[in-house]
Design a protein around this ligand. Structure first.
Ligand code: ADP
Ligand code: MG
Length: 480
Protein backbone atom coordinates (compact mmCIF):
# COMPACT_ATOMS: atom_id res chain seq x y z
CA UNK A 1 0.00 0.00 0.00
CA UNK A 2 1.47 3.33 -1.08
CA UNK A 3 1.05 6.10 1.47
CA UNK A 4 -1.45 8.72 0.42
CA UNK A 5 -0.02 11.92 -1.08
CA UNK A 6 3.39 10.40 -1.80
CA UNK A 7 2.94 11.13 -5.51
CA UNK A 8 1.14 13.79 -7.43
CA UNK A 9 -0.62 12.94 -10.68
CA UNK A 10 -0.13 15.37 -13.56
CA UNK A 11 -2.58 15.25 -16.43
CA UNK A 12 -2.93 17.19 -19.68
CA UNK A 13 -5.86 16.61 -21.99
CA UNK A 14 -6.18 17.03 -25.74
CA UNK A 15 -9.80 17.18 -26.85
CA UNK A 16 -10.71 16.93 -30.51
CA UNK A 17 -14.07 18.51 -31.19
CA UNK A 18 -15.62 18.01 -34.59
CA UNK A 19 -17.05 21.32 -35.72
CA UNK A 20 -20.73 21.38 -36.65
CA UNK A 21 -20.12 22.87 -40.08
CA UNK A 22 -22.14 21.51 -43.01
CA UNK A 23 -19.05 20.98 -45.12
CA UNK A 24 -15.44 19.96 -44.52
CA UNK A 25 -12.56 22.24 -43.53
CA UNK A 26 -11.16 22.68 -47.05
CA UNK A 27 -13.89 21.57 -49.47
CA UNK A 28 -17.65 21.28 -49.94
CA UNK A 29 -18.04 17.59 -49.03
CA UNK A 30 -20.83 16.98 -46.52
CA UNK A 31 -19.92 16.12 -42.95
CA UNK A 32 -23.11 14.32 -41.99
CA UNK A 33 -22.54 11.35 -39.66
CA UNK A 34 -23.73 7.90 -40.70
CA UNK A 35 -23.63 8.24 -44.51
CA UNK A 36 -22.77 5.17 -46.60
CA UNK A 37 -18.96 4.64 -46.55
CA UNK A 38 -16.87 6.64 -49.01
CA UNK A 39 -19.70 8.76 -50.38
CA UNK A 40 -18.41 12.18 -49.24
CA UNK A 41 -14.99 12.03 -50.80
CA UNK A 42 -14.41 14.58 -53.53
CA UNK A 43 -11.03 14.75 -55.30
CA UNK A 44 -10.03 17.48 -52.82
CA UNK A 45 -10.64 15.18 -49.85
CA UNK A 46 -8.67 12.51 -51.70
CA UNK A 47 -5.82 14.95 -52.38
CA UNK A 48 -5.77 14.33 -56.12
CA UNK A 49 -3.11 16.29 -57.98
CA UNK A 50 -4.31 19.64 -59.24
CA UNK A 51 -7.05 20.05 -56.65
CA UNK A 52 -7.04 23.16 -54.49
CA UNK A 53 -8.29 23.34 -50.91
CA UNK A 54 -10.12 26.44 -49.70
CA UNK A 55 -10.59 27.31 -46.03
CA UNK A 56 -14.11 27.02 -44.59
CA UNK A 57 -14.89 30.39 -43.01
CA UNK A 58 -17.52 28.93 -40.67
CA UNK A 59 -14.92 26.60 -39.14
CA UNK A 60 -12.63 29.56 -38.46
CA UNK A 61 -15.55 31.42 -36.88
CA UNK A 62 -16.39 28.44 -34.65
CA UNK A 63 -12.79 28.09 -33.47
CA UNK A 64 -12.74 31.79 -32.59
CA UNK A 65 -16.02 31.40 -30.69
CA UNK A 66 -14.51 28.70 -28.53
CA UNK A 67 -11.41 30.83 -27.97
CA UNK A 68 -13.44 33.83 -26.89
CA UNK A 69 -15.58 31.68 -24.56
CA UNK A 70 -12.36 30.38 -22.94
CA UNK A 71 -10.78 33.84 -22.75
CA UNK A 72 -7.94 32.81 -25.06
CA UNK A 73 -5.96 35.35 -27.05
CA UNK A 74 -7.07 35.21 -30.68
CA UNK A 75 -4.13 35.12 -33.08
CA UNK A 76 -4.64 37.54 -35.94
CA UNK A 77 -2.09 36.04 -38.35
CA UNK A 78 -2.68 32.43 -39.22
CA UNK A 79 -1.56 29.81 -41.68
CA UNK A 80 -1.99 26.10 -42.18
CA UNK A 81 0.88 23.63 -42.35
CA UNK A 82 1.24 20.13 -43.71
CA UNK A 83 2.03 17.47 -41.15
CA UNK A 84 3.47 14.64 -43.22
CA UNK A 85 3.06 10.99 -42.29
CA UNK A 86 1.82 7.82 -43.87
CA UNK A 87 -1.31 6.12 -42.64
CA UNK A 88 -4.00 4.25 -44.61
CA UNK A 89 -6.80 6.52 -43.45
CA UNK A 90 -4.92 9.68 -44.43
CA UNK A 91 -5.50 9.89 -48.18
CA UNK A 92 -3.23 12.86 -48.92
CA UNK A 93 -0.24 11.54 -46.99
CA UNK A 94 -0.33 14.66 -44.83
CA UNK A 95 -2.74 16.28 -42.45
CA UNK A 96 -3.42 19.99 -42.76
CA UNK A 97 -3.11 21.51 -39.30
CA UNK A 98 -2.06 24.72 -37.63
CA UNK A 99 1.48 24.28 -36.49
CA UNK A 100 3.24 27.01 -34.59
CA UNK A 101 0.39 29.51 -34.74
CA UNK A 102 -2.75 28.12 -33.13
CA UNK A 103 -5.71 30.39 -33.74
CA UNK A 104 -6.36 30.64 -29.97
CA UNK A 105 -3.55 30.92 -27.45
CA UNK A 106 -3.91 30.25 -23.71
CA UNK A 107 -7.24 30.66 -21.97
CA UNK A 108 -9.03 28.76 -19.25
CA UNK A 109 -12.14 26.74 -18.50
CA UNK A 110 -13.98 27.24 -15.20
CA UNK A 111 -14.92 24.05 -13.37
CA UNK A 112 -16.45 23.01 -10.07
CA UNK A 113 -14.36 20.57 -8.07
CA UNK A 114 -15.56 19.26 -4.70
CA UNK A 115 -17.84 22.24 -4.34
CA UNK A 116 -15.05 24.73 -5.11
CA UNK A 117 -14.65 26.87 -8.23
CA UNK A 118 -11.38 26.54 -10.09
CA UNK A 119 -9.89 26.77 -13.57
CA UNK A 120 -8.16 24.46 -15.98
CA UNK A 121 -5.57 26.42 -17.96
CA UNK A 122 -5.47 25.96 -21.71
CA UNK A 123 -2.32 25.90 -23.77
CA UNK A 124 -4.04 26.45 -27.12
CA UNK A 125 -6.97 25.73 -29.39
CA UNK A 126 -6.03 25.02 -32.98
CA UNK A 127 -7.80 24.08 -36.20
CA UNK A 128 -7.02 20.93 -38.14
CA UNK A 129 -8.64 18.37 -40.40
CA UNK A 130 -9.67 14.92 -39.28
CA UNK A 131 -8.47 11.65 -40.84
CA UNK A 132 -10.69 8.87 -42.21
CA UNK A 133 -11.60 5.77 -40.26
CA UNK A 134 -9.93 2.37 -40.32
CA UNK A 135 -12.48 -0.31 -39.50
CA UNK A 136 -11.11 -3.58 -38.18
CA UNK A 137 -14.23 -5.49 -37.25
CA UNK A 138 -16.09 -5.90 -40.56
CA UNK A 139 -13.80 -8.37 -42.29
CA UNK A 140 -11.85 -11.15 -40.55
CA UNK A 141 -8.88 -10.68 -42.87
CA UNK A 142 -8.89 -7.06 -44.04
CA UNK A 143 -9.00 -3.58 -42.64
CA UNK A 144 -11.71 -1.47 -44.26
CA UNK A 145 -11.32 2.24 -44.78
CA UNK A 146 -14.09 4.85 -44.74
CA UNK A 147 -12.81 8.23 -45.86
CA UNK A 148 -16.04 10.18 -45.26
CA UNK A 149 -14.56 11.71 -42.14
CA UNK A 150 -11.29 12.68 -43.83
CA UNK A 151 -11.02 16.45 -44.04
CA UNK A 152 -13.73 17.19 -41.48
CA UNK A 153 -13.02 20.32 -39.43
CA UNK A 154 -11.76 19.84 -35.89
CA UNK A 155 -10.57 22.06 -33.14
CA UNK A 156 -8.06 20.58 -30.77
CA UNK A 157 -8.32 22.00 -27.28
CA UNK A 158 -5.08 21.39 -25.39
CA UNK A 159 -4.68 21.97 -21.66
CA UNK A 160 -1.53 22.74 -19.74
CA UNK A 161 -0.30 19.83 -17.61
CA UNK A 162 -2.29 21.26 -14.72
CA UNK A 163 -4.94 18.66 -13.91
CA UNK A 164 -4.26 16.52 -10.85
CA UNK A 165 -7.00 13.92 -10.58
CA UNK A 166 -9.35 11.78 -12.64
CA UNK A 167 -12.27 13.63 -11.07
CA UNK A 168 -10.86 17.01 -12.15
CA UNK A 169 -10.43 15.68 -15.70
CA UNK A 170 -14.00 14.41 -15.60
CA UNK A 171 -15.34 17.82 -14.56
CA UNK A 172 -13.24 19.58 -17.19
CA UNK A 173 -14.43 17.43 -20.09
CA UNK A 174 -18.02 17.73 -18.88
CA UNK A 175 -17.61 21.51 -18.92
CA UNK A 176 -16.00 21.56 -22.38
CA UNK A 177 -18.82 19.44 -23.77
CA UNK A 178 -21.39 21.78 -22.24
CA UNK A 179 -19.56 24.79 -23.69
CA UNK A 180 -19.27 23.52 -27.29
CA UNK A 181 -22.94 22.60 -27.25
CA UNK A 182 -23.88 25.94 -25.76
CA UNK A 183 -21.95 27.73 -28.49
CA UNK A 184 -23.52 25.47 -31.11
CA UNK A 185 -20.13 24.66 -32.62
CA UNK A 186 -20.08 20.89 -31.99
CA UNK A 187 -22.82 18.42 -31.06
CA UNK A 188 -20.65 17.03 -28.26
CA UNK A 189 -21.71 13.49 -29.08
CA UNK A 190 -18.89 11.31 -27.79
CA UNK A 191 -20.38 8.01 -28.98
CA UNK A 192 -20.33 9.19 -32.57
CA UNK A 193 -16.82 10.54 -32.07
CA UNK A 194 -17.71 14.23 -32.35
CA UNK A 195 -15.74 14.75 -29.15
CA UNK A 196 -12.68 12.58 -28.47
CA UNK A 197 -10.04 12.88 -25.85
CA UNK A 198 -6.38 11.89 -25.49
CA UNK A 199 -5.22 11.84 -21.89
CA UNK A 200 -1.55 12.47 -21.06
CA UNK A 201 -0.63 11.24 -17.62
CA UNK A 202 2.49 11.25 -15.47
CA UNK A 203 3.25 11.15 -11.78
CA UNK A 204 5.93 12.84 -9.69
CA UNK A 205 6.90 12.91 -6.02
CA UNK A 206 4.53 15.27 -4.20
CA UNK A 207 6.07 18.69 -3.73
CA UNK A 208 8.36 18.53 -6.79
CA UNK A 209 7.98 20.61 -9.94
CA UNK A 210 9.61 18.77 -12.81
CA UNK A 211 7.32 16.75 -15.01
CA UNK A 212 7.62 12.98 -15.00
CA UNK A 213 7.65 10.86 -18.15
CA UNK A 214 4.13 10.74 -19.55
CA UNK A 215 2.03 8.11 -21.16
CA UNK A 216 -0.73 9.05 -23.57
CA UNK A 217 -4.03 7.16 -23.66
CA UNK A 218 -5.57 7.76 -27.08
CA UNK A 219 -9.09 8.18 -28.37
CA UNK A 220 -11.19 8.00 -25.24
CA UNK A 221 -14.80 8.17 -26.39
CA UNK A 222 -16.78 8.72 -23.22
CA UNK A 223 -16.33 10.85 -20.15
CA UNK A 224 -16.59 7.75 -18.00
CA UNK A 225 -13.78 6.09 -19.95
CA UNK A 226 -11.58 9.17 -19.55
CA UNK A 227 -11.99 8.94 -15.81
CA UNK A 228 -11.45 5.18 -15.68
CA UNK A 229 -8.37 5.33 -17.91
CA UNK A 230 -6.76 8.03 -15.78
CA UNK A 231 -7.53 6.19 -12.55
CA UNK A 232 -6.01 3.03 -13.97
CA UNK A 233 -2.89 4.82 -15.25
CA UNK A 234 -2.24 6.64 -11.99
CA UNK A 235 -2.31 3.32 -10.17
CA UNK A 236 -0.19 1.56 -12.76
CA UNK A 237 2.46 4.31 -12.89
CA UNK A 238 2.58 4.49 -9.11
CA UNK A 239 3.14 0.75 -8.84
CA UNK A 240 5.92 0.91 -11.46
CA UNK A 241 7.74 3.73 -9.70
CA UNK A 242 7.34 1.99 -6.33
CA UNK A 243 8.86 -1.15 -7.84
CA UNK A 244 11.87 0.91 -8.88
CA UNK A 245 11.15 0.68 -12.59
CA UNK A 246 11.69 3.41 -15.15
CA UNK A 247 8.61 4.68 -16.93
CA UNK A 248 8.93 4.75 -20.68
CA UNK A 249 6.99 7.15 -22.81
CA UNK A 250 4.19 5.20 -24.40
CA UNK A 251 1.03 5.54 -26.40
CA UNK A 252 -1.72 3.39 -24.91
CA UNK A 253 -5.31 2.48 -25.60
CA UNK A 254 -8.24 1.92 -23.24
CA UNK A 255 -10.05 -1.40 -23.00
CA UNK A 256 -13.60 -0.61 -21.89
CA UNK A 257 -14.33 -4.29 -21.22
CA UNK A 258 -12.19 -4.34 -18.11
CA UNK A 259 -11.34 -0.67 -17.50
CA UNK A 260 -7.62 -1.16 -18.17
CA UNK A 261 -5.18 0.25 -20.72
CA UNK A 262 -2.65 -1.51 -22.93
CA UNK A 263 0.42 -0.28 -24.82
CA UNK A 264 0.11 0.28 -28.56
CA UNK A 265 3.55 1.71 -29.15
CA UNK A 266 6.57 3.10 -27.38
CA UNK A 267 7.10 6.68 -28.32
CA UNK A 268 10.67 7.18 -29.36
CA UNK A 269 12.01 10.68 -29.96
CA UNK A 270 9.52 12.94 -31.63
CA UNK A 271 8.46 11.86 -35.11
CA UNK A 272 9.75 14.02 -37.89
CA UNK A 273 6.58 15.29 -39.49
CA UNK A 274 8.43 17.61 -41.89
CA UNK A 275 6.04 20.47 -41.24
CA UNK A 276 5.89 23.23 -43.80
CA UNK A 277 3.28 25.86 -44.66
CA UNK A 278 0.72 24.46 -47.08
CA UNK A 279 1.56 26.17 -50.40
CA UNK A 280 -2.01 25.70 -51.67
CA UNK A 281 -3.59 27.67 -48.85
CA UNK A 282 -3.14 31.40 -48.42
CA UNK A 283 -2.35 32.54 -44.88
CA UNK A 284 -5.34 34.32 -43.36
CA UNK A 285 -5.51 37.46 -41.27
CA UNK A 286 -8.29 38.24 -38.82
CA UNK A 287 -9.20 41.85 -38.21
CA UNK A 288 -10.16 43.14 -34.81
CA UNK A 289 -13.54 44.16 -36.23
CA UNK A 290 -14.24 40.61 -37.39
CA UNK A 291 -13.29 39.15 -34.02
CA UNK A 292 -15.53 41.67 -32.28
CA UNK A 293 -18.47 40.76 -34.49
CA UNK A 294 -18.06 37.14 -33.46
CA UNK A 295 -17.75 38.17 -29.83
CA UNK A 296 -21.03 40.04 -30.08
CA UNK A 297 -22.78 36.96 -31.49
CA UNK A 298 -21.93 34.73 -28.52
CA UNK A 299 -24.91 34.08 -26.23
CA UNK A 300 -24.61 34.60 -22.48
CA UNK A 301 -22.50 31.70 -21.23
CA UNK A 302 -23.40 29.44 -18.32
CA UNK A 303 -20.92 31.05 -15.96
CA UNK A 304 -22.23 34.53 -16.65
CA UNK A 305 -25.79 33.37 -16.08
CA UNK A 306 -24.81 31.56 -12.89
CA UNK A 307 -23.26 34.71 -11.48
CA UNK A 308 -26.15 36.91 -12.53
CA UNK A 309 -28.87 34.61 -11.22
CA UNK A 310 -27.07 33.88 -8.00
CA UNK A 311 -26.95 37.57 -7.24
CA UNK A 312 -30.50 38.43 -8.21
CA UNK A 313 -32.79 35.45 -7.69
CA UNK A 314 -31.80 34.02 -4.32
CA UNK A 315 -31.69 30.44 -5.62
CA UNK A 316 -29.55 27.64 -4.20
CA UNK A 317 -26.25 26.67 -5.88
CA UNK A 318 -27.82 23.35 -6.81
CA UNK A 319 -30.76 25.00 -8.57
CA UNK A 320 -28.48 27.43 -10.40
CA UNK A 321 -26.20 24.60 -11.50
CA UNK A 322 -29.15 22.61 -12.81
CA UNK A 323 -30.80 25.46 -14.64
CA UNK A 324 -27.60 26.37 -16.50
CA UNK A 325 -26.93 22.83 -17.73
CA UNK A 326 -28.41 23.36 -21.13
CA UNK A 327 -28.79 26.47 -23.27
CA UNK A 328 -32.39 25.92 -24.38
CA UNK A 329 -33.51 25.23 -20.84
CA UNK A 330 -31.63 28.26 -19.47
CA UNK A 331 -33.22 30.45 -22.14
CA UNK A 332 -36.66 29.10 -21.28
CA UNK A 333 -36.03 29.83 -17.60
CA UNK A 334 -34.67 33.27 -18.40
CA UNK A 335 -37.76 34.17 -20.44
CA UNK A 336 -40.17 32.72 -17.92
CA UNK A 337 -38.78 34.68 -14.96
CA UNK A 338 -39.43 37.90 -16.88
CA UNK A 339 -43.12 37.15 -16.32
CA UNK A 340 -43.30 36.06 -12.67
CA UNK A 341 -41.42 36.46 -9.44
CA UNK A 342 -42.04 32.91 -8.19
CA UNK A 343 -38.45 32.00 -9.19
CA UNK A 344 -38.17 28.93 -7.02
CA UNK A 345 -41.47 27.52 -8.30
CA UNK A 346 -40.30 28.09 -11.86
CA UNK A 347 -37.14 26.08 -11.15
CA UNK A 348 -39.20 23.30 -9.59
CA UNK A 349 -41.52 23.20 -12.57
CA UNK A 350 -38.67 23.07 -15.06
CA UNK A 351 -36.62 20.46 -13.23
CA UNK A 352 -39.69 18.33 -12.50
CA UNK A 353 -42.80 18.17 -14.66
CA UNK A 354 -41.50 20.05 -17.69
CA UNK A 355 -38.32 17.98 -18.08
CA UNK A 356 -40.40 14.86 -17.56
CA UNK A 357 -42.89 15.93 -20.21
CA UNK A 358 -40.15 16.74 -22.72
CA UNK A 359 -38.45 13.40 -22.04
CA UNK A 360 -41.70 11.53 -22.52
CA UNK A 361 -42.67 13.30 -25.73
CA UNK A 362 -39.19 13.79 -27.19
CA UNK A 363 -39.99 17.48 -27.72
CA UNK A 364 -37.52 20.32 -27.23
CA UNK A 365 -38.08 23.58 -25.38
CA UNK A 366 -38.70 25.45 -28.61
CA UNK A 367 -41.37 22.90 -29.50
CA UNK A 368 -43.03 23.14 -26.09
CA UNK A 369 -46.19 24.81 -27.20
CA UNK A 370 -47.43 26.57 -24.10
CA UNK A 371 -47.43 30.19 -23.03
CA UNK A 372 -46.01 31.68 -19.86
CA UNK A 373 -49.50 33.08 -19.26
CA UNK A 374 -50.84 29.53 -19.02
CA UNK A 375 -47.92 28.33 -16.92
CA UNK A 376 -48.16 31.25 -14.52
CA UNK A 377 -51.86 30.65 -14.18
CA UNK A 378 -51.16 27.09 -13.03
CA UNK A 379 -48.39 28.33 -10.75
CA UNK A 380 -50.69 30.89 -9.13
CA UNK A 381 -53.45 28.34 -8.59
CA UNK A 382 -50.97 26.12 -6.75
CA UNK A 383 -49.48 29.01 -4.77
CA UNK A 384 -52.95 30.10 -3.65
CA UNK A 385 -53.84 26.56 -2.68
CA UNK A 386 -56.67 26.27 -5.16
CA UNK A 387 -54.99 23.42 -7.02
CA UNK A 388 -52.90 20.59 -5.63
CA UNK A 389 -49.39 20.23 -7.08
CA UNK A 390 -50.23 16.66 -8.10
CA UNK A 391 -53.28 17.76 -10.10
CA UNK A 392 -51.40 20.76 -11.47
CA UNK A 393 -48.66 18.59 -12.96
CA UNK A 394 -50.58 15.39 -13.65
CA UNK A 395 -53.79 16.83 -15.02
CA UNK A 396 -53.86 20.56 -15.72
CA UNK A 397 -50.39 20.94 -17.27
CA UNK A 398 -50.82 17.86 -19.43
CA UNK A 399 -54.37 18.93 -20.30
CA UNK A 400 -53.53 22.39 -21.57
CA UNK A 401 -50.04 21.99 -23.02
CA UNK A 402 -50.19 22.40 -26.76
CA UNK A 403 -53.62 24.08 -26.60
CA UNK A 404 -54.59 27.66 -25.86
CA UNK A 405 -56.91 26.67 -23.00
CA UNK A 406 -56.84 28.63 -19.80
CA UNK A 407 -55.54 26.67 -16.81
CA UNK A 408 -58.28 27.98 -14.55
CA UNK A 409 -61.05 27.11 -16.98
CA UNK A 410 -59.61 23.64 -17.54
CA UNK A 411 -59.24 23.00 -13.82
CA UNK A 412 -62.80 24.16 -13.23
CA UNK A 413 -64.16 21.95 -16.00
CA UNK A 414 -62.33 18.97 -14.52
CA UNK A 415 -63.51 19.92 -11.03
CA UNK A 416 -59.96 20.15 -9.77
CA UNK A 417 -60.25 23.49 -8.05
CA UNK A 418 -59.93 22.93 -4.35
CA UNK A 419 -62.56 24.42 -2.18
CA UNK A 420 -60.84 26.44 0.48
CA UNK A 421 -63.94 27.79 2.08
CA UNK A 422 -64.06 26.58 5.66
CA UNK A 423 -67.83 26.29 5.44
CA UNK A 424 -67.79 23.80 2.62
CA UNK A 425 -65.03 21.69 4.13
CA UNK A 426 -66.77 21.78 7.50
CA UNK A 427 -69.86 20.36 5.92
CA UNK A 428 -67.98 17.54 4.18
CA UNK A 429 -66.13 16.71 7.37
CA UNK A 430 -69.35 16.64 9.38
CA UNK A 431 -70.93 14.38 6.80
CA UNK A 432 -68.02 11.92 6.99
CA UNK A 433 -67.80 11.89 10.77
CA UNK A 434 -71.56 11.34 11.09
CA UNK A 435 -71.43 8.42 8.69
CA UNK A 436 -68.68 6.62 10.70
CA UNK A 437 -69.41 6.92 14.42
CA UNK A 438 -67.56 3.68 15.30
CA UNK A 439 -64.38 4.91 13.51
CA UNK A 440 -64.62 8.25 15.31
CA UNK A 441 -64.76 6.39 18.61
CA UNK A 442 -61.83 4.20 17.64
CA UNK A 443 -59.81 7.26 16.66
CA UNK A 444 -60.55 8.92 19.96
CA UNK A 445 -59.42 5.71 21.69
CA UNK A 446 -56.02 6.00 20.07
CA UNK A 447 -56.26 4.58 16.53
CA UNK A 448 -54.71 7.70 15.05
CA UNK A 449 -54.02 5.95 11.77
CA UNK A 450 -57.70 6.43 10.91
CA UNK A 451 -56.99 10.06 10.08
CA UNK A 452 -55.97 8.93 6.59
CA UNK A 453 -59.33 7.19 6.16
CA UNK A 454 -61.24 10.34 7.12
CA UNK A 455 -59.18 12.47 4.74
CA UNK A 456 -59.78 9.95 2.00
CA UNK A 457 -63.52 9.99 2.60
CA UNK A 458 -63.65 13.79 2.50
CA UNK A 459 -61.69 13.71 -0.71
CA UNK A 460 -64.16 11.22 -2.13
CA UNK A 461 -67.38 13.02 -1.28
CA UNK A 462 -65.93 16.41 -2.25
CA UNK A 463 -64.79 14.90 -5.55
CA UNK A 464 -61.25 16.02 -4.76
CA UNK A 465 -62.25 19.61 -4.27
CA UNK A 466 -61.46 19.87 -0.58
CA UNK A 467 -58.02 21.33 0.09
CA UNK A 468 -56.23 18.47 1.90
CA UNK A 469 -54.31 20.77 4.25
CA UNK A 470 -57.42 22.49 5.44
CA UNK A 471 -59.32 19.21 5.64
CA UNK A 472 -56.68 17.77 7.96
CA UNK A 473 -56.74 20.87 10.09
CA UNK A 474 -60.52 20.83 10.49
CA UNK A 475 -60.57 17.08 11.17
CA UNK A 476 -57.96 17.51 13.88
CA UNK A 477 -60.03 20.24 15.48
CA UNK A 478 -63.20 18.19 15.45
CA UNK A 479 -61.65 14.96 16.66
CA UNK A 480 -60.17 16.12 19.95
P1 ADP B 1 2.96 15.78 -27.64
O1 ADP B 1 3.87 16.49 -28.55
O2 ADP B 1 3.45 14.45 -27.15
O3 ADP B 1 1.53 15.70 -28.13
P2 ADP B 1 2.57 18.14 -26.04
O4 ADP B 1 3.69 18.84 -25.41
O5 ADP B 1 1.96 18.74 -27.27
O6 ADP B 1 2.95 16.63 -26.28
O7 ADP B 1 1.44 17.98 -24.95
C1 ADP B 1 0.31 17.26 -25.17
C2 ADP B 1 -0.50 17.26 -23.90
O8 ADP B 1 0.20 16.55 -22.89
C3 ADP B 1 -0.76 18.62 -23.31
O9 ADP B 1 -2.08 18.66 -22.80
C4 ADP B 1 0.24 18.74 -22.17
O10 ADP B 1 -0.27 19.54 -21.14
C5 ADP B 1 0.34 17.31 -21.71
N1 ADP B 1 1.64 16.96 -21.12
C6 ADP B 1 2.85 17.26 -21.59
N2 ADP B 1 3.81 16.74 -20.79
C7 ADP B 1 3.17 16.09 -19.79
C8 ADP B 1 3.60 15.33 -18.67
N3 ADP B 1 4.87 15.13 -18.41
N4 ADP B 1 2.66 14.80 -17.86
C9 ADP B 1 1.35 14.99 -18.11
N5 ADP B 1 0.89 15.68 -19.16
C10 ADP B 1 1.78 16.23 -19.99
MG1 MG C 1 -0.45 14.44 -28.35
Amino acid sequence: MVEANKYEAVIGLEIHAQLATNSKLFCGDATRFGAAPNTHISPITMGHPGTLPKTNKKAVEYAIKMGIACESTIEENNYFARKNYFYPDLPKGYQISQHTTPICVGGKVAIQLNGQSSYVQLNRIHLEEDAGKSIHDISPTDTCIDLNRAGTALIEIVTEPCIHSAEEAFQYVTEVRKLVRWLGICDGNMEEGSLRCDANISIRPMGTNTLGTKVEVKNLNSIRNIKKAIEFEIERLTALVEAGETIIQQTRSFDANNDTTFAIRDKEDANDYRYFPDPDLAPFQLTEGYINTIKASIPALPNQLKKEWKNTLGLSDYDIEQITENKEEAAFFSNWIQTTSHYKSVVNWILGPIREYLNETGLTYTQLNTSFIQLNEILNLVESNQLSFANATGKVFKGIVGTNKSALQFAQEQQLIQNNSTDAINQWVEQVLNAHPEKVAAYKNGKKGLMGVFIGEVKKISKGQADPKKTTQILEEKLV
